[in-house]
Write a protein that binds this ligand. Structure first.
Ligand SMILES: C[S@@+](CC[C@H](N)C(=O)[O-])C[C@H]1O[C@@H](n2cnc3c(N)ncnc32)[C@H](O)[C@@H]1O
Length: 452
């Protein structure tokens, strides 16, 4: 027995569109013979709305009830199941509305057929129209939320748009069935890059096929003044293309002028940007030496463009090279912590000559990353900075030559991948194996003149 006042009736879990007075009247007549109502452990009513009304009419305060182990979020489904099986069944209109609702929440047609005790074909006919417009609208919202609010989890998106988490995950993985739904095309239409949404396709020919990325023409707006310098757009595009996928979450923890976010946007990546001294409204304040915020954890790619020792800011590390390496070690450690296993870190670095001394910054950074127990080297890309040219540098360059000094323009991008436990050996294997395979294929296709 339970107290009638403790029972919670939730309209949204009630499968019928309206109550039936005649049923209540007939229950009042036989109130002592009614089967127990059904509630869950939170006392949410699952089955027995008309019986409860009858009990209330005759003034009962305690009524017989069966308490079942059904969580709140499955009450609706269970209520439908029970209502479809006992005495006064659901009307066809009610069943159609329920089938649509269950379909939108991510249930399969087979599951819905089972819940409503009808055939799968019937369910398929009922839900056909909503598979079109309404669903498309939801898919679009899922994509948009996922891209514009990278801190939202799939579960949060699912709740917001009223789909199941499983369905949201299928949408974001762009499973072929989902793309067909999205495009409203027949079941046997093959899904290729041509009919995927635009930002999911690549302009392949613009990317260098070598690990030499030399772009003498600057592609970023360098008129904006920034104390550290701004990276080339093309370099970031290459990093994103080679080491991440559309929809991936990519992070720039030292974002400076914040151009990174815009580039990510154009390539369909989700992004977060931070800097210790943000100058762009989309860059959040964060000191990487203290780690990355929780929202960045589990990310797929971290792009590290730290200050290069004394390159632009003399005295930044008090002229102490070892302090700089300690800084690099700490930002690498904190980045690895936030990265998912299998994710990549791309660190941009350059060597430096100052006061007759050569600072092997790139090589020492490489060593720090190479020695990290959770990182495996993936590539070392040479992406030289364009040399100084033009008349205004003539005298300066002349002096350098006379004094036999060379300015460092040898920018590199060190790319490492986070590996799981027990996978840290064979650090070079992944890269070498792939390259051999590709070279064998190429020489097979066009003869062995690739070395020329
Ligand atoms: C070479 S700049 C990055 C430039 C940037 N890629 C751009 O395109 O504008 C290095 C950036 O690191 C930032 N920075 C330095 N120390 C940091 C720290 N501990 N945490 C976060 N950002 C830091 C600086 O404020 C600077 O904006």
């Amino acid at each position: 027995m339970v107290r009638i006042d403790d029972i919670v009736f939730r309209q949204e879990y009630y499968p019928r569109s309206e109550s039936d007075r005649s049923v209540i009247v007939s229950y009042v007549m036989s109130v002592d013979e009614l089967p127990p109502i059904v509630v869950n452990r939170n006392m949410v009513l699952i089955d027995g709305f008309h019986r409860m009304a009858a009990y209330r009419q005759v003034g009962r305060t305690e009524i017989p009830a069966e308490v079942v182990d059904i969580p709140d979020d499955r009450v609706f489904e269970e209520a439908v199941r029970l209502n479809s099986r006992h005495g006064r069944g659901l009307s066809p209109e009610e069943k159609i509305a329920i089938a649509k609702r269950l379909y939108m929440s991510g249930k399969t047609q087979t599951e819905i057929a089972d819940i409503l005790s009808v055939t799968q074909q019937t369910v398929s006919n009922w839900v056909e129209d909503i598979r079109g417009q309404e669903l498309k609208k939801k898919y679009k919202t899922v994509f948009e939320m996922h891209r514009s609010q990278p801190e939202m989890t799939q579960a949060e998106i699912a709740e917001r748009v009223g789909l199941s988490q499983q369905r949201v995950s299928q949408i974001l993985r762009r499973e072929d069935d989902i793309v067909r739904d999205f495009l409203g095309v027949e079941e046997d239409t093959p899904i290729s890059d041509d009919n995927r949404p635009e930002y999911y396709r690549y302009p392949f020919d613009k990317f260098s096929a070598f690990n030499l990325w030399y772009f003498p023409k600057k592609t970023s707006d360098h008129t904006a003044i920034h104390r550290h310098g701004v990276v080339d757009r093309t370099v970031v595009e290459h990093i994103l293309y080679y080491f991440s996928e559309p929809e991936d979450l990519v992070i720039d923890p030292m974002a400076g002028m914040g151009e990174f976010g815009e580039i990510c946007e154009s390539m369909g990546r989700r992004w977060l940007m931070y800097d210790i001294a943000p100058v762009h409204s989309k860059v959040k304040k964060n000191d990487l030496l203290q780690g990355l915020p929780e929202e960045a954890h589990g990310c797929d790619l971290i792009y590290l463009d730290p200050p290069y020792f004394e390159c632009k800011v003399p005295g930044l590390f008090g002229g102490d090279e070892e302090r700089f390496y300690d800084f690099i070690k700490r930002i690498v450690d904190n980045s690895v912590r936030a990265l998912r296993i299998g994710g990549h870190i791309a660190l941009v670095m350059c060597t430096l000559s100052r006061g007759g001394r050569f600072y092997p910054l790139t090589f020492r950074c490489w060593e720090i990353m190479y020695r990290h127990p959770e990182l495996r080297m993936v590539n070392c890309i040479t992406s030289p900075l364009p040399p100084y040219t033009g008349n205004r540098f003539y005298a300066y360059l002349e002096q350098l030559r006379i004094r036999k000094v060379m300015i460092g323009r040898d920018r590199s991008i060190l790319v490492f991948q986070k590996v799981g436990e027990g996978q840290t050996n064979d650090r070079w294997m992944g890269v070498m194996a792939d390259e051999n395979e590709v070279e064998r294929t190429i020489t097979g296709m066009c003869g062995d003149d690739t070395a020329a």
